[in-house]
Design a protein around this ligand. Structure first.
Ligand SMILES: [Zn+2]
Length: 418
């Protein structure tokens, strides 16, 4: 496969450093949350870089920022990008690598005098991280779906409505009814991202071709028992909601552990438990838990959820506890087309003999891009698997190698796509 010209690693690292210095005051780590002043400043800085590179700049109604490099013909563009917003107390690479790496690809192509057949779009999707407005991947969702509801614009955080927040970012809330783009608007989409988990490090991989983004079953469980005196109530006469919780927790763990060996990234978690009345000498009458199961293989995931429901119902029934299930959602996994995954795999394995194929356990803008374009992701390792924390770090050499892989994929895609 014809590789792209070599990217300028020092310039890439300087860009990552420059964007990282734009951070919300008095916050830990590197923080640029939607719709903070720091996020806007970071965007303004990015826009200057796009202008300096001679990219054609557009900002769509949802506030997604694009820089366009023309191709030799009027084909649909190849889009490469990610996001520049962060969580509170973030690191410097989640999202930023994908955007600044994409910019570096455009520069490298220009310096090498290489024109592609396809236009190339560098994307910074708006507000990928969920904020207090409780919407994740907002920009890419509006770009690719009609899921955004206009009543969400009235949600207010800190006195600022979502309508105003999107307007402040340069979007046009009144023209935001999605999808803004239809299938075919992009010839293909690529997102380079840090892994945010420990798998690559454990396997000694510098690059990974992402096999897909896992699907999720999640719900809210209410276990209703009966409060009573912890001393005066015999064991045979209890309806103890906390006692029923025990087998439910071990069930989700063992179901996910059993499935994990199948290689589809199966995991199961109960990350939050609310107990009432939460008193040391009172049998609990109510437990609320937030279980979730994830896997790339939806058939496997559905089986896991069914087994978990069976175990939970049994544990409750044995103790006279009633189980109510609320807000059950089933999010489908996202899998790249086979030809595109193989293209990414070939590029990764040429640059790294220890490259692996691995699923993404986290959601990304690619979840939505995949609805309108053939879409794939490339991962570089996160040291210690740390992310969404100031300790998030990736070796400089891995950042550079990841962007080279992105460049090589773009060049390969340009010749592969019709
Ligand atoms: Zn991200």
């Amino acid at each position: 496969m014809n590789p792209a010209p070599s990217i300028n690693g020092a310039r890439l690292l300087a860009d990552i450093h420059a964007l990282a210095t734009i951070t919300e005051p008095d916050t830990p780590g590197w923080t640029r949350r939607f719709p903070s002043g720091a996020y806007r400043q970071g965007r303004a800085w990015l826009r200057e870089q796009f202008e300096a590179e001679g990219l054609g700049i557009t900002l769509d109604a949802a506030g997604n920022l694009f820089g366009r490099r023309d191709g030799k013909s009027a084909r649909a563009p190849i889009v490469i990008g990610s996001h520049t917003d962060t969580v509170m107390g973030a690191g410097r690479f989640d999202g930023m690598l994908g955007v600044l790496g994409a910019l570096e690809v455009a520069r490298t192509l220009r310096e090498a005098g290489l024109s592609l057949r396809h236009p190339l779009m560098i994307a910074d999707y708006l507000s990928e991280e969920a904020t207090d407005y409780a919407i994740a991947c907002m920009g890419s969702m509006i770009l690719a779906t009609g899921d955004f509801r206009s009543e969400w614009l009235d949600r207010t955080v800190g006195g600022v409505s979502l309508r105003q927040a999107i307007g402040d970012m340069g979007g046009a809330p009144e023209h935001m009814a999605g999808p803004l783009l239809r299938p075919g608007a992009f010839a293909a989409s690529l997102e380079l991202h840090i892994e945010q988990g420990p798998v690559m490090e454990a396997r000694g991989a510098r690059l990974a071709a992402v096999t897909g983004i896992v699907g999720i079953h999640r719900a809210i469980f209410e276990l209703h028992g009966k409060s009573n005196h912890a001393g005066a109530t015999p064991m045979s006469l209890r309806q103890d909601a906390v006692a029923a919780l025990g087998p439910v927790i071990t069930a989700i763990e063992s179901i996910a552990r059993d499935a994990a060996g199948n290689g589809h990234g199966a995991v199961g978690t109960i990350g939050k438990i609310d107990v009432a009345p939460n008193q040391g000498n009172v049998i609990a009458n109510k437990v609320i838990i937030y279980p979730e199961l994830r896997s790339l293989d939806m058939a496997e995931l559905d089986r896991m959820w069914e087994a978990f429901m069976t175990a939970a119902n049994k544990a409750c029934a044995q103790r006279g506890v009633t189980l109510q299930v609320h807000n059950h959602t089933r999010l489908s996994s996202v899998v790249p087309p086979g030809w595109l995954h193989e293209l990414v795999w070939q590029v990764c394995s040429e640059l790294d003999q220890n490259a692996i194929r691995t699923p993404s356990g986290a959601g990304h803008d690619t979840n939505y891009l995949s609805l309108i374009a053939p879409s794939a992701m490339i991962f570089v390792p996160s040291i210690g698997g740390r992310s969404h924390a100031p300790e998030e770090i990736t070796n400089d050499s891995d950042l550079v190698r990841g962007v080279q892989a992105l460049a090589n994929c773009v060049v390969a895609l340009d010749t592969t796509l019709t």
